[in-house]
Ligand binder design. Structure first.
Ligand SMILES: *Cc1c(COP(=O)(O)O)cnc(C)c1O
Length: 377
């Protein structure tokens, strides 16, 4: 069935990243296997130290998933039933789920049109005496306007917990995100900018009290063995995953730069088309590491179909705003979120991963040009 030159342009291809690292992964496996460093222990401590240093934070606590990182961070700062947590209406569902798990009520607010990030003005309008925390999401890999968010939350004693699950290494005013809030959550889901070979997550914080609370929360509420003094969970980053992540971390900066180069090529190639490119390049304030390369068009369905027929995989992040999700009905509070809804209706993502090749990017650009040329005829 395959015509010449009909190879697919994949949305993500992890084999290209993992292939060259196989020998190091095998060594990491044995370094974990023989000393039985499976749960907590030196492999995890090694990675936690390296990741905290990399982000520029004092502490890092490895947990089972990015979702748990958000959930446990909220609990560690004392968020619970009766509290409200403000989340952006356009994000992965886990941001709002984590707030629900803590017992709080998620309050979804609209995002900015130009980049689908949390809008500080919408946050101001949603604050009530019950607001305990906000969860700004560095969505698609772009840094939120943290200073503006701090300005509206700090005087009211409202905490910021950054959802940095798509932003490992994004800079805000020259500093890596993850240290602007009281705690920040990262995910190591395999396709994230730093991905494990399975599930994983981590919380970073500069606050020793929050750090100590987290070490108990992830370990059945124990600080001393069998002293379960608080309600805790079983949520640790596996030693094996930590060992694999220790192999990958030194490559992250280079991988992020490769994504930025790809984004620049896309942006130049798509110039002049009636297609809104949300993923504009970084500004001096808000860096962008292009976890995803996102565009928007009222003709999304036809465009995606055309690209698919050209052998190009695309994705949608995300097809529903938070208030539109089934679990949200009756349990979250939200205002109307027209911009998030528009993003859900019109946004879609082009192939983006460090090992994507220039000829593949050019094929995507070419196919999009073809789509619009076909329309003017
Ligand atoms: C991936 C992701 C999460 C959840 O991380 P998991 O490791 O999959 O639990 C949360 N928030 C955002 C924005 C994400 O992209």
């Amino acid at each position: 069935m395959s015509a010449p030159n009909s190879s697919k342009v994949p949305f993500v291809d992890l084999n290209r990243q993992h292939g060259p690292l196989k020998a190091e992964f095998t060594a990491a496996f044995h370094k974990t296997l023989e000393p039985n460093n499976f749960i907590l222990g030196p492999r995890l401590e090694e990675f936690e130290k390296a990741f905290a240093e990399w982000v520029g934070a004092k502490h890092a606590v490895g947990v089972a998933t990015g979702t748990d990182a958000l959930h446990l961070a909220l609990r560690a700062i004392g968020v619970g039933p009766g509290d409200e947590v403000i989340v952006p209406a356009m994000t992965f569902a886990a941001t709002a789920l984590a707030a629900l798990y803590s017992g709080a009520t998620p309050v979804a607010v609209d995002v900015r049109s130009e980049d689908a990030l949390m809008d500080p003005a919408a946050v101001v309008a949603a604050i009530t005496p019950k607001t305990k925390a906000i969860l700004p999401v560095h969505l698609y890999g772009k840094a939120c306007d943290l200073e503006a968010l701090k300005k509206v939350t700090e005087p009211k004693g409202i905490a910021i917990i950054e959802d940095a699950c798509q932003a490992h290494g994004t800079l805000y005013k020259g500093k890596r995100v993850g240290t602007f809030g009281v705690a920040s959550a990262f995910s190591f889901f395999p396709s994230k900018n730093l991905g494990a070979l399975g599930d994983g997550g981590i919380v970073v914080t500069n606050d020793s009290k929050v750090y100590e609370a987290l070490t108990a929360l992830r370990n059945y509420g124990q600080r001393i063995r069998y002293h379960h003094d608080s309600l805790g969970f079983n949520s640790r980053l596996d030693g094996l995953q930590a060992a694999f992540l220790t192999v990958k971390l030194p490559h992250l900066e280079k991988w992020n730069q490769m994504r930025k180069d790809h984004a620049a090529r896309y942006i130049a190639g798509l110039k002049g088309l009636p297609l809104q490119v949300l993923s504009q390049p970084a500004t001096p304030t808000a860096d962008h590491i292009f976890h995803l390369f996102v565009v928007r068009s009222p003709e999304r369905e036809a465009l995606q179909k055309h690209l698919s027929e050209s052998g190009i995989e695309t994705g949608i992040h995300y097809p529903f705003s938070i208030p539109q999700l089934g679990f949200a009905k009756g349990v979250i509070r939200s205002t109307s979120c027209p911009k998030a809804d528009q993003q859900a209706r019109e946004g879609f993502s082009l192939p983006m991963f460090p090992e994507l090749r220039n000829d593949e990017i050019d094929r995507v650009i070419e196919a999009i040009h073809q789509f619009y040329k076909g329309k003017t005829k």
